[in-house]
Design a protein around this ligand. Structure first.
Ligand SMILES: Cc1cc2nc3c(=O)[nH]c(=O)nc-3n(C[C@H](O)[C@H](O)[C@H](O)COP(=O)(O)O)c2cc1C
Ligand code: SF4
Length: 429
């Protein structure tokens, strides 16, 4: 295994404290950026590095920063998306709780690059511990002159506010986040306009994921070429992978982009295989909102392009492993229930569709489903895809399509037996 740069705390204990972070070279990149580089030079370094957003869509970060209007007199804002609510995803939390200064340094450099003087860290409401750790780290950093007025004597000012969410998944969608930050319900906005032109308080805004921003000090400190040399050419850099479900060693692992999914599930340095030597049934590679992969599909390199080619999405890198004993109908029912609960209700296909998915899956799992209800799931999913304001509807529809298509006989068996065979066997004792 190579050096850990994102999970640095595994090699440098106590790095959540400012003095340890600084002794390890922390805030050197920020000083270099603010004293020796222009904002445009930092944007260019990030563009050249090939960094792609780690929030789910994989959009090139430098390109996104370049969308900010050049001639707008309005202030600009940076929003750190620390809402991390996608089931199976718990990587940003590691950075926040164990290496908070890496995120703060990334926020500082990125805010300078886009010429923002205010940055908001929008942190998931349930992350009480993370918020407290981040608050303490921010206080330490302010006291040492890394934030506030005239940072490092350069004349650049930056204020950072930590804003706690109230516990809705939709607050992670960037325009829902912005609405919530403005004190309203987190109803996602119709796009365009995108936040880069009309964001927080109607001003140009960049929203970036925690892990994305944590990469920025590494790019500035070690150089874009260093970053670009890690992993595939079109999707480079170090990456955090969340492993959960039926693996020997669940957890967050750091490895280059492009490592194979098989290695992550079975490798000795990673998941270590399935408990009890059981067989693999399926793997969701990118959080609950992406299509499931079959055992024969897991040699895929874990980068945005390769996973898309394999018919799924890298998403948030929340890898959920399911063994041979998993009921795929029940697994999908749990996923559908989540999206039904989290739909904000603005769009009919999402509000009604997620409810229908959950209801039909309940019929299949607990009894009472008609034979045509397996196809009904596919029809509902088709009506949801691409017909709504944000992607939550697609997030429910995509796993539905893949589960039903790839495990159709299991769904049909549930109809035939009028319920889940595992539950029926259990009830019979
Ligand atoms: C329903 C929904 C939930 C989302 N939740 C998150 C989240 O919790 N964290 C996150 O970083 N991005 C989330 N996103 C993606 C954001 O909208 C946005 O694309 C991301 O913060 C951009 O950051 P990046 O360019 O650094 O990847 C979500 C998107 C959708 C549609
Ligand atoms: S797709 Fe769903 S969550 Fe997104 S805006 Fe529409 S109703 Fe709300």
């Amino acid at each position: 295994m190579g050096e850990k740069v994102l999970l640095r705390h595994e090699e440098v204990p106590g790095i959540d404290r400012l003095e340890v972070y600084v002794a390890d070279g922390g805030y050197t990149a920020a000083r270099t950026a603010l004293r020796e580089k222009t904002p445009a030079e930092i944007v260019e370094m990030v563009r050249v590095s090939g960094l792609r957003g780690r929030g789910g869509a994989g959009f090139p970060t430098g390109v996104k920063w370049g969308f900010l209007p050049k001639d707008s007199p309005k202030p600009r804002y940076l929003c750190v998306n620390a809402d991390e609510s996608e089931p199976g995803t718990f990587k940003d939390r590691q950075i926040i709780e164990f290496n908070p200064h890496l995120l703060l340094e990334g926020t500082l450099i990125s805010a300078y690059a886009i010429q923002a003087h205010v940055a908001y860290v929008y942190i998931r409401g349930e992350f009480a511990r993370g918020a407290a750790i981040l608050e303490r780290a921010l206080r330490e950093a302010y006291a040492a002159g890394h934030f506030g007025r005239n940072i490092y004597g350069t004349g650049y000012d930056l204020e950072v506010y930590i804003h706690r969410g109230a516990g809705a998944y939709i607050c992670g969608e960037e325009t829902g986040l912005i609405e919530s930050l403005e004190g309203k319900r987190a109803y996602p906005r119709v796009k365009p306009p995108f936040p880069a032109t009309v964001g927080v308080f109607g001003c140009p805004t960049i929203v970036n994921n925690v892990e994305t921003l944590a990469c920025v000090p590494l790019i500035v400190g070690r150089g874009p070429e260093w970053f670009r040399a890690i992993g595939p050419e079109k999707c480079p850099g170090p990456k955090l992978y969340c492993l959960s479900g039926h693996v020997q060693r669940p957890g967050v692992y750091e490895a280059p982009m492009g490592i194979s999914l098989r290695e992550l599930v079975y490798g000795e340095a990673f998941g270590g295989g399935i408990p009890g030597g059981k067989k693999l049934k399926g793997v969701i590679p990118g959080g609950s909102s992406v299509p499931v992969l079959l055992p024969e599909e897991i040699d895929v390199p874990m980068d945005f392009d390769s996973v898309a080619q394999a018919g799924s999405l890298l998403g948030s890198c929340g890898i959920i492993v399911m063994d041979e004993d998993t009921c795929m109908v029940d697994a999908l029912r749990v996923i559908a229930r989540f999206y039904h609960h989290e739909s904000c209700g603005q769009c009919t296909p999402c509000r009604e569709g997620t409810g229908w998915l959950e209801r039909v899956l309940e019929h299949l799992e607990f009894g009472g489903a008609r034979p045509d209800e397996v196809d009904l799931l596919l029809r509902i999913a088709d009506n949801m895809m691409g017909n709504t304001i944000c992607l939550l509807a697609d997030a429910a529809a995509m796993p539905t399509r893949s589960f039903v298509t790839k495990f159709r006989s299991e769904f049909e068996e549930h109809v035939r037996l009028d319920g889940c065979p595992k539950r029926l066997a259990h009830a019979e004792g």
